[in-house]
Design a protein around this ligand. Sequence first.
Ligand code: VG1
Ligand code: CO
Length: 543
Amino acid sequence: MNIQTISTSPFEGQILGTSGLRKKVSVFQQPHYLENFVQSIFDSLEGFQGKTLVIGGDGRYYNQIAIQTILKIAAANDFGQVLVGQNGLLSTPAASVLIRKYQAFGGIILSASHNPGGQDGDFGIKYNISNGGPAPENVTDAIYEQTEKISEYRITDTVDIDLTQLGETQVGKMKIKIIDPVADYVALMEQLFDFESMKALFQSGFTMRFDAMHAITGPYATHILEEKLGAPQGTVMNGIPLEDFGGGHPDPNLTYAHDLVDIMYGENAPQFGAASDGDGDRNMILGTSFFVTPSDSLAVLAANATLVPGYQDGLAGIARSMPTSEAADHVADELDIDCYETPTGWKFFGNLLDAGKTTLCGEESFGTGSSHVREKDGLWAVLFWLNLLAARRQSVETIVREHWAKYGRNFYSRHDYEGVDEQAATELMEHLYSTFSHLSGKQFGSHVVEYCDNFGYIDPVDHSISQDQGMRIGFQDGSRIVFRLSGTGTKGATLRVYLEFYEEDTAKHHLDAQTALAELIKVADEMAGIKKYTGYDKPSVIT
Ligand code: VG1
Ligand code: CO
């Protein structure tokens, strides 16, 4: 079997965003584009020869083709062994489980997560390090530098490898193990959660719907919910992964998971509803006609963690991304544990988890996870809720309302403006920043500005610094507005505006979030000139 060295030249813009490299499929289809990037990953790493690499993806269009190329490049670069999910499939959290369990050197995950798929959709690739988590910024910076100077890549000249059958095969000196993508993940869930009590819950007639959105979680959810826990067939909907996610947008929120939302807000709605995204790391939690914001979900899980076997000894700490609401902070206060505020993106939780400083982590963007892996984990969050519901035997709504009564309610919403002109978005952020020097003490409606900054983070473990992580405005009454530009989009800029208002008075907790936040929404526009710069008169997505 020959190893070929192919001359190439750099592509512009192979820069890793919030979570890996994401581009249109057509961009990845250019000759050498994927090869350059994969070789650049390997060139930026040291000491992997003879070691294990995990590879899998969310099954979107181009997954199959890309995996073949990556296997041939890995073999030519002297990896000892590759673990690959059958048919090239692995959810992001399952890949994290495998890297940790089999002490792999790292992993390559093929996914553009919640971005639409198919021939005209998006494709993506991310590299995870040996702790199972997304590569931190020093690694992603090194990969990017490498992509800018690459001149050749190595690839094994061989026929495509059959990934449909479990078992072992060989490319050159590299062994390829084709493994069940679900089994190791399920084994870990069985250690963390009380499967017996969840089974009993379903036996008592409890009703649930899980929307896999035609994406990767389907096989995982069907196996655990329907086969292991005895939920009736049909509990999992849209459960077969499709290359184009059935033409949908595999983002579990009230806008895109409309199949599920219609059921949960319709007649005879089930008691519990949940959905996950393209690569299985996000989750949305619903009760009967009731939506749980991801920020509240993190807080509720933290407050109830000791009811779940895997967390019965309590939490070391809680970490949340900066734009995530402060609901979890109130729980951390009460539990007298640390609460960390990190920049957006799961990679910032890795060091805190490795150092044992935090147990639960969460992001407002429907991401929740814990020290069991180093990624956010959609199905894990759903099982955590299910375990709580089995232990407390109350409705989702009652559990959340009781939580608000005890801790106060952090009304929360994110307004996204998608496909904005890039220059206009940059100008908006620059304009906003230029006002910061005289904003402090200024009154907007009933809100008085207490502080404003461009959020920067010093990692408490390795002291690395990450600047420019979003514009943060805090008011004296505890309200916050955050502005940042997305790092995962593939077309134009996406402006995200995060709004939060704290209300202690239980009599006001019934209000709808957009109503409670109405004044802050106006203030955000007044401050940043959203309408003026973007030309939009309303957000494209509200979560
Ligand atoms: C978004 C979310 C962020 C999340 C990231 C990856 O990033 O806001 O919280 O970590 O997506 O999630 P951005 O830069 O577009 O705001 V996933 O499920 O797409 O890997
Ligand atoms: Co995702």
